[in-house]
Design a binder for this molecule. Structure first.
Ligand code: SF4
Ligand code: SF4
Length: 225
């Protein structure tokens, strides 16, 4: 799932200043599960903004709406009547939902109420852990299901980096070295030979829409192709 964090209240209040009727739009999927942008959180934020406006003597009003997914056109259509009645929409969806909302209702200012953080999992109650950076070239088959892009601060594709000490990361000694974990996982499953081929540096040009990738950069795992 996509994990997000609510923006600081002062930043949100600043972004809605100047609008008299604002629709706070929650999303019922990922941001609801991580307790940041669902219907309940949208209601709380609207109340906070309302109180802030009253304290300042502003006449701004804040209404609440929530759809199942802001990244799905079918659900955005449900919002159309409410969007039409407001000067701006403050979205609590992830970046994809916010941008799709802005595209669908392009005549209405759409504001971001959250910072999209990462693709992750639920580690514990209310605790989320990053697991993927959506790199478009997944290495997990080679790395025992442990992502070095998400879990190694240097994003080492061929690790460890040399700074690891007793299985801990050079950049953060409180955390396990991602590559120590990868080694252990592969050793336990009899796949240490996965680490023999050198993984070529990423060509991030192929992340650009419509980009042509030069053949010289064609990769990748020679021993596995
Ligand atoms: S290698 Fe890591 S960042 Fe890339 S797709 Fe796989 S899990 Fe995601
Ligand atoms: S110690 Fe391990 S996790 Fe930390 S930066 Fe080096 S390779 Fe990455």
């Amino acid at each position: 799932m996509i994990v997000a964090q609510r923006k600081p209240f002062a930043e949100i209040a600043q972004s809605v200043s100047g609008f008299n009727r604002v629709l706070v739009a929650g999303c019922g999927t990922c941001v609801a599960v991580c307790l940041i942008g669902g219907e309940k959180e949208a209601g709380i934020l609207a109340s906070q903004l309302d109180m802030g406006a009253q304290i300042k003597g502003d006449e701004c009003t804040f209404a609440v709406a929530c759809v199942e997914r802001q990244c799905d056109r079918e659900f955005l259509d449900e919002l159309a009547p409410q969007v039409a009645e407001h000067e701006a929409v403050l979205s609590l969806a992830c970046g994809a939902g916010i941008s799709f909302l802005a595209e669908r209702f392009s005549d209405t200012p759409v504001l971001a109420g959250v910072n999209t953080s990462f693709i992750g999992i639920n580690d514990d109650v209310g605790v989320w852990g990053e697991r993927c950076r959506s790199c478009r070239d997944c290495l997990l088959s080679l790395t025992g299901g442990i992502c070095p892009q998400a879990l190694c601060p240097k994003g080492m594709l061929n690790g460890p980096c040399g700074g690891a000490s007793e299985g801990k990361c050079e950049a953060d000694p409180l955390k396990d070295c991602a590559w120590a974990l990868i080694w252990e996982r592969l050793e336990n499953t009899g796949r240490l030979s996965n680490l023999e081929p050198i993984v070529a540096a990423r060509d991030h040009a192929d992340n650009l829409p419509g980009a042509q990738v030069h053949p010289a950069y064609e990769r990748r795992y020679s021993a596995h192709e």
